[in-house]
Design a protein around this ligand. Sequence first.
Ligand code: 5GP
Length: 129
Amino acid sequence: MTIFSRIVAGEIPSYKVAEDENYYAFLDINPVAKGHTLVIPKREVNYLFELEEDEYLGLWAFARKVAAALEQAVPCKRIGVAVLGMEVPHCHIHLVPLNTEGDLNFSKEKLTLPADEMQAIANAIAAKL
Ligand code: 5GP
């Protein structure tokens, strides 16, 4: 079971942003920018491009809704998108509020935000859905 499946199952806590029957969105625990959100299929599939087409398209449709809410909740120029999967073998789309190109740099030092700020960000995004 991946760490993300354990999050979906509620075994590991997360700052949940959105959920439906098939997909789940939550804040990245070590964000590259405030509001950095991960969007995943609940089904455990390693690689994004291994998803069946309907699940793949559904994931992007779900991510689109989350991105619209994120853009309203966190001041930014636009929402950047990345797919890496170098760390967790459960496919996920990174949604990152961008003000500069450098905000989407995964090699720089990540942020660690206090729990109350993480919760406030997650609540603010969820309120815009
Ligand atoms: P990737 O697999 O795309 O290279 O990186 C995995 C991402 O998941 C990283 O940005 C990392 O901070 C995030 N991440 C890893 N473990 C957890 C976790 O247990 N909870 C949350 N919310 N994020 C995680």
